[in-house]
Design a protein around this ligand. Structure first.
Ligand code: SF4
Ligand code: SF4
Length: 472
C-alpha cells in the first residue's frame, strides 16, 4: 500500500503506485485541459505531484514541450538567477565488494587498477584541487567495509578540511558513500559534512536486484531507506538521484519524484539536491547491454520536469555530460556542475592518462575548471564557489524556509560574487579574469539592498590586501 510517510521502502516507493501513475499518464496523454492546469499550478513554484509530472513527461506535443521549457527556465531564473555552483568529485578508493553490473569498480572486474589513497596522497589531491580554485568537493568511494571503513572516510574528511594551501581551502565536503548505519551517519555529521549523496540507481526493485547481484548493495530496502537513516541521524541535507538508462525512464522518474515527496512528507524537508546522471561507457561495461538509455531530448525534458517538481532543490549534472548537453540543461534547471573533474583515484595530482585504468566512467566534458568558468561567464552565468549556507547553519528546513521565502537570494547573490572574486584573484587565467571582473562589477550594482551591496563591495576591496573567506 502506498504511503508517502512510511519508513518502509516498498510503501513510500510503491510499485503499484508507480504503475498506476504511468497508466494515469498514458490515459491522459496530451490531455490539454489537464496539462494547462498542471502548468498553471506549477507556475506558483510550489512544485507538482509525481502524477502531474508523469502526465507532463508523457506528453509529446511540441508546443507543450516549449511551454515546459519556458516554465522551467522561468523558475530557474527566479530562484537561482544566473548563479551556477561549482564542485569537483574526489575519488578516494575504487576497492568495492559489490557486483554492480554498470560500474567498472564492481568486485569481479580484474582488469581495473585498484587503488586507495593514503592520507598523504589525499593531501596532495586536495592541494591540486585547491590550485585549480575548487572550494567544494564530493567525496566518492567504493564500498569495502575493511579497506574503506568509516574510520578511513572520517580521517580523509579531516585531512581534506585541514589543508590550506596558499589561499586555498575546501570549505564543504559532500560525501557519496555506500548506504550505512545510523551510527555511521552520526559520525559523518560530527565530521562536518555538507550533503550526504546516495544514488538509488533504479527504483525498480527487480531490476535493482538483478544489476546488484552480489554484495551488501543487493539489499534494495536497506539502500532505499538509507536517506531516512541519514536524516534521522541528523544529516540535514541529502542528495538523491537515479542513473538513467538502467531501467524504464518513466518508472525511475516517478520513483525519484516519490522519493523526494517521501522525504518532504516524513521530515518536512525534501532532498537538498537531485543528480541526473546517464549511463556512460567504462572499462568492462558495455553500455549497449542497457537498452533503456535516454537520448539528449528526453534527458533535457527530465531535467526541466525535475526543476518544475522541486523548484528549491539543487539539480546537479557532472562531466559525464558533453559541453553541448550541459549548455542545454543549464538554461532549464541545472544549478550545480562539476568542472575539471577526474574520475580516477589519484587523478588530480597525476595526469589522468597515467591512471586511465582506475577511473569510474568516461568524462565527456574534459575542459579545465578555468575553461568551464570562462565558458559559463561567456554564456552570461555567474560561476559561484559559495559554500556559505552549511557553514552558517542554514541547512535542512532552515535552508528551505529561506529558499521558499525568496530571501536566500539576498545571501546567494553577494556570496557568489565574492567567491568568484576570490577565484579571479587567485586562479583565473587572463581572459577569464577580465570576463569575471566585468560580471562582478555589473552584478554588484544589481544587489537590491543598499547595505548588502556596500558590505559586499567593501569585502571585495579587502580581498586586494589578501583577506579571504567573507560570507553572508
Ligand atoms: Fe561499487 Fe558503487 Fe561501483 Fe557499485 S556503483 S561497484 S557500489 S563503486
Ligand atoms: Fe548555496 Fe547558500 Fe551559497 Fe546560496 S548562499 S550559493 S544557497 S551555499
Amino acid at each position: 500500500m502506498y504511503n508517502a510517510k512510511s519508513s518502509v521502502a516498498q510503501e513510500f516507493i510503491n510499485h503499484e503506485e508507480i504503475l498506476s501513475t504511468i497508466e494515469y499518464a498514458r490515459n491522459n496523454k496530451n490531455n490539454y485541459e489537464m496539462i494547462n492546469d498542471i502548468l498553471q499550478e506549477a507556475e506558483q513554484m510550489n512544485g507538482i505531484s509525481h502524477r502531474q509530472a508523469a502526465v507532463l513527461l508523457e506528453c509529446d506535443d511540441k508546443e507543450v514541450l516549449t511551454k515546459i521549457y519556458n516554465l522551467a527556465g522561468r523558475i530557474k531564473e527566479r530562484i537561482y538567477g544566473k548563479r551556477i555552483v561549482m564542485f569537483a568529485p574526489l575519488y578516494l578508493s575504487n576497492y568495492c565488494v559489490n557486483g554492480c553490473t554498470y560500474c567498472p569498480y564492481h568486485a569481479k572486474n580484474t582488469t581495473i587498477t585498484r587503488k586507495q589513497l593514503s592520507q598523504e596522497e589525499i593531501a596532495r589531491e586536495v592541494m591540486a584541487l585547491q590550485d585549480m580554485g575548487h572550494k567544494r568537493l564530493a567525496l566518492e568511494s567504493g564500498e569495502d567495509p575493511h579497506r574503506n571503513s568509516i574510520e578511513y572516510i572520517l580521517e580523509s574528511i579531516k585531512t581534506i578540511y585541514s589543508i590550506h594551501h596558499k589561499n586555498g581551502a575546501i570549505r564543504r565536503v559532500n560525501v557519496n558513500i555506500a548506504a550505512t548505519t545510523k551510527e555511521n551517519y552520526k559520525k559523518l555529521v560530527e565530521a562536518g559534512i555538507g550533503t550526504y549523496i546516495l544514488f538509488q540507481e533504479t527504483y525498480h526493485q527487480k531490476t535493482y536486484e538483478e544489476i546488484h547481484p552480489t554484495g551488501p548493495k543487493h539489499n534494495y530496502a536497506y539502500h532505499t531507506e538509507a536517506m531516512d537513516r541519514a536524516m534521522e541521524a541528523g544529516i540535514d541535507d541529502v542528495g538523491i538521484g537515479v542513473l538513467f538508462g538502467l531501467y524504464d525512464h518513466m518508472y525511475d522518474f516517478v520513483g525519484l519524484m516519490m522519493h523526494a515527496e517521501h522525504l518532504e512528507a516524513k521530515f518536512g524537508v525534501g532532498p537538498h539536491t537531485i543528480s541526473i546522471p546517464r549511463i556512460r561507457p567504462a572499462d568492462d561495461i558495455n553500455v549497449d547491454e542497457f537498452s533503456y538509455a535516454i537520448d539528449d531530448a528526453l534527458f533535457k525534458k527530465i531535467v526541466a520536469l525535475v526543476r518544475i517538481c522541486a523548484p528549491y532543490t539543487g539539480i546537479i549534472i557532472s562531466t559525464r555530460e558533453s559541453q553541448k548537453s550541459r549548455e542545454e540543461v543549464l538554461k532549464i534547471g541545472v544549478s550545480q556542475i562539476s568542472g575539471g573533474s577526474k574520475t580516477s583515484v589519484g587523478g588530480y595530482e597525476k595526469d589522468e592518462n597515467s591512471d586511465e585504468n582506475s577511473k569510474q566512467f568516461d568524462v565527456d566534458d574534459n575542459r579545465t575548471l578555468d575553461e568551464v568558468v570562462n565558458w559559463l561567464l561567456k554564456l552570461g552565468y555567474v560561476p559561484s564557489f559559495c559554500t556559505a549556507c552549511y557553514r552558517a547553519g542554514r541547512t535542512g528546513d532552515r535552508f528551505m524556509r529561506l529558499a521558499k521565502s525568496g530571501q536566500i537570494v539576498n545571501v546567494c547573490q553577494p556570496n557568489s560574487l565574492m567567491t568568484l572574486n576570490e577565484y579571479l584573484i587567485d586562479y583565473a587565467k587572463d581572459e577569464t579574469k577580465i570576463l569575471a571582473q566585468n560580471v562582478i562589477d555589473s552584478e554588484l550594482e544589481m544587489i537590491p539592498k543598499e547595505k548588502v551591496k556596500n558590505i559586499a563591495k567593501d569585502y571585495i576591496l579587502q580581498m586586494e590586501s589578501g583577506k579571504r573567506d567573507f560570507r553572508f
